[in-house]
Design a protein around this ligand. Structure first.
Ligand SMILES: NC(=O)c1ccc[n+]([C@@H]2O[C@H](COP(=O)([O-])OP(=O)(O)OC[C@H]3O[C@@H](n4cnc5c(N)ncnc54)[C@H](OP(=O)(O)O)[C@@H]3O)[C@@H](O)[C@H]2O)c1
Length: 285
């Protein structure tokens, strides 16, 4: 039996892992710890959990994920996303645990016009991206056995996300404006959860950084348009530029991820984002 600790156990991605892991329960035991049960910024608590749990893997989904909030709460974003990741890396080394850590496309500045590979230089624009990047750097410096999976634009039937916000606004309003000058790939967190479980196979995949999102490319406007079409919601959608809707955090204008490495390593095909959006919309109904 492989023993797996999932941090941030009440979050969107952890709840997707819970659904997917039901297929693996004869070979894997998953322990989900909410922020109240295991605060990853508390190193003593992390060490105690690793010692008593005798885990083989830790999937770290815990993070300060409020991108705009991180501009105001820089210290807290740093504490959770950098120091928390560092605590897990140190505990993983001591207790011989493989760390599977989730990171973000926001480690890039968006200056490229071709999809980002794992080897491309990072340069985060805001506090959230910068704290996540420092978390990655701490792990890659300290941890002997780690996978860092960078992903983008997560949504699902769980938690708060763009899909659920658009469905709510679409039902409340006749007209909406959404930015069309930020390009990336929406990713169904359930698809990511399926892929994360594939990393839980001893000595099968080389340690290091991997990119995962759904296939294809969209702007937030395209994503919103597809949400309304697929869910039969009639709303007048206005494409706007980011400078017409100023937010505290600057975001990359282009953050499409190149997934060649993960596809080869895990021998997987990745679903197209619109097909996954149809699946998620059905799951929500
Ligand atoms: N959502 C996206 O669009 C997106 C895109 C790219 C990458 N990612 C990355 O994907 C991962 C999962 O994101 P998600 O969408 O599942 O986020 P989420 O729904 O916000 O879940 C994050 C979880 O982390 C928990 N947490 C916060 N501080 C903690 C701490 N100090 N100790 C332990 N747990 C703590 C939160 O608990 P509380 O609610 O109790 O605070 C929450 O349950 C994160 O690493 C995120 O950076 C997300």
């Amino acid at each position: 039996m492989l023993k797996i600790l999932v941090t941030g156990g009440n979050g969107q991605l952890a709840r997707c892992i819970k659904v997917i892991s039901s297929k693996y329960l004869d070979t894997h035991t998953f322990s989900y710890k909410s922020s109240a049960e295991l605060n990853i910024t508390n190193k003593a608590a992390v060490l105690r959990e690793f010692e008593s749990g005798a885990y083989d893997y830790c999937i770290n989904t815990a993070a300060f994920t409020n991108v705009d909030g991180a501009e105001k709460d820089k210290d807290l974003a740093d504490l959770v996303n950098r120091q928390g990741a560092k605590n897990l890396a140190e505990a993983s080394n001591i207790y011989n645990v493989v760390l599977v850590h989730i990171s973000t496309d926001f480690v890039f500045d968006g200056a490229q016009s071709v999809p980002y590979t794992e080897k491309d230089p990072t340069n985060a624009l805001g506090s959230y991206g910068s704290s996540k990047l420092k978390g990655e750097q701490a792990i890659s410096l300290i941890c002997q056995k780690y996978f860092i999976i960078r992903t983008s634009w997560l949504y699902s039937e769980f938690g708060s996300n763009f899909l659920k916000s658009m469905l709510k606004y679409g039902r409340e309003r006749n007209e909406l404006s959404v930015v069309f000058d930020q390009i990336g790939t929406p990713t169904y967190a359930m698809d990511l959860a399926e892929v994360l479980v594939l990393f839980l196979k001893p000595n099968k995949v080389d340690y290091g950084i991997y990119h995962y999102s759904n296939e294809g490319v969209a702007s937030w406007y395209d994503f919103a348009k597809a949400i309304f079409e697929i869910n039969g919601i009639s709303v007048h959608l206005q494409p706007i530029r980011s400078d017409a809707y100023p937010l505290p955090a600057k975001r990359p204008s282009f953050s499409v991820l190149d997934k060649s490495k993960i596809k080869k390593a895990l021998q997987i095909e990745i679903p197209y984002w619109r097909d996954s959006l149809i699946k998620a919309s059905k799951a929500l109904k």
